[in-house]
Design a protein. Structure first.
Length: 254
């Protein structure tokens, strides 16, 4: 009887752990190193095997900031309002990205997925659906960031990145800007671009990086949400361009 009881307790524990993991994955932004040798559809996860997950801490070291908000209350969300006020985001619009609502959809998605930088921060708040942002890390490896409804992400000016939908083929994004909206992509290589130079200038070794983290609790969800950086400006670890690119003036506007 004791053995049976012990076995039952272990089974119950495994079920509880599974439920907690499912809740965590549903509530938190996920990120991982990509399998760069894969020829799979760009909309697939493209995990390495075994999987190599990336924490919000590491993303913050790269200058990528993240908040978990309530997408159902974005019009009256006090936390979103505070973020906008603190960072000067005085312009907002909404964008539906899907085959039915974007003219020349395939061409636009091709442009979004071309590796590039921006001269300013890129701020995107996912209200519906899901999508991927890929960013280069300090060793020039691709990190895939899977954003879902409730995820607000900020990519620093000068970081190499790209964007694509996942297999759901739909995302509704809030775009935030300081001043008039400008989305100009400067395709890699851009080592002489002022934003790229500034990004690299701020790079430091990991030992000198100080990451400020805090755990936020969202009463509407009732669960602790992912730790997020509270720093408005973080030093970044060194990024090595292994491909020997030289800068060019190639750019595209969408």
């Amino acid at each position: 009887m004791a053995i049976e009881a012990s076995s039952s307790n272990m089974s119950n524990s495994k079920i509880i752990i599974l439920i907690v993991n499912v809740l965590y994955l549903n509530l938190h932004m996920q990120a991982w190193f990509m399998d760069e040798t894969s020829g799979e559809d760009q909309r697939l996860p493209r995990h390495c095997y075994p999987k190599e997950l990336v924490s919000p801490d590491y993303l913050a070291e790269l200058g990528v900031l993240y908040w978990r908000l309530n997408p159902e209350n974005y019009e009256n969300d006090a936390e979103l309002k505070k973020i906008r006020e603190d960072r000067g985001y005085n312009y907002m619009d909404l964008l539906d990205i899907c085959p039915e609502k974007v003219a020349d959809f395939k061409e636009k998605l091709k442009n979004f997925y071309t590796e590039h930088i921006h001269a300013d921060e890129e701020i995107r708040y996912c209200l519906e659906g899901s999508a991927y942002f890929d960013v280069r890390d300090k060793d020039d490896r691709w990190i895939r960031i899977w954003i879902k409804a409730g995820d607000l992400i900020i990519l620093p000016a000068g970081i190499y990145h790209r964007f694509t939908l996942d297999t759901g083929d739909y995302v509704k994004l809030m775009r935030l800007f300081v001043g008039e909206p400008v989305w100009t992509a400067h395709n890699r290589p851009q080592e002489d671009h002022p934003a790229r130079k500034e990004y690299i200038k701020n790079l430091v070794t990991e030992k000198k990086v100080e990451i400020l983290m805090q755990v936020k609790f969202n009463i509407s969800y009732g669960f602790p949400l992912a730790p997020q950086s509270t720093a408005s400006l973080l030093p970044y670890p060194p990024l090595i361009d292994k491909r020997g690119f030289k800068a060019s003036g190639n750019k595209q506007t969408a």
